[in-house]
Design a protein around this ligand. Structure first.
Ligand SMILES: [Zn+2]
Length: 149
């Protein structure tokens, strides 16, 4: 018996995005808003290991999970969500919030272009979880880029 789902979502492992003890779950809300079922891959830094892996095997690991989702569940959409105040991006020592958000948007666009070459038949959507002003754990997720085959 096969199990089918529409998408695989690759995002950061950061607990602030996922199930909280107070009931919030930004990633689950996003999936529900998209109206899809999806496999979930969580990595420190989300897509960062695709662009700038400390070891090549880190990038391979993300691609392996995307491939497993494709092969086992026929996922035809790749979703990526990076987020503001990501610890894995701390190495870039951003001077301003604007600079940080620009880096994530640039990285998301690079990922979409690169993965489009690997998976030309897939829909690809990159999104960014931005903190609500004055908060450290209230996120609004918005789309940065989308590719439709
Ligand atoms: Zn993070």
């Amino acid at each position: 018996m096969s199990h089918i789902c529409e998408a695989v979502l690759i995002t950061c492992m950061d607990f602030r995005l996922h199930q909280r003890k107070d009931g919030r779950n930004y990633i689950a809300d996003y999936i529900q808003m998209m109206g899809i079922d999806c496999d979930l891959v969580t990595r420190a830094g989300g897509i960062l290991d695709l662009l700038n892996p400390a070891k090549n095997s880190f990038a391979d690991s993300i691609l392996r999970d995307a491939n497993v989702s494709h092969q086992l569940h026929s996922a035809h959409t790749l979703l990526f969500i990076n987020h503001e105040d990501c610890g894995a991006y701390g190495q870039f020592k951003f001077k301003t919030r604007h600079e940080e958000i620009r880096k994530h948007e640039t990285d998301l666009r690079w990922t979409l272009k690169t993965l489009h070459l690997l998976f030309p038949e897939k829909r690809i959507i990159g999104s960014f979880a931005e903190l609500e002003n004055g908060t450290t754990d209230v996120f609004n997720i918005h789309k940065v880029f989308q590719y439709m085959p």
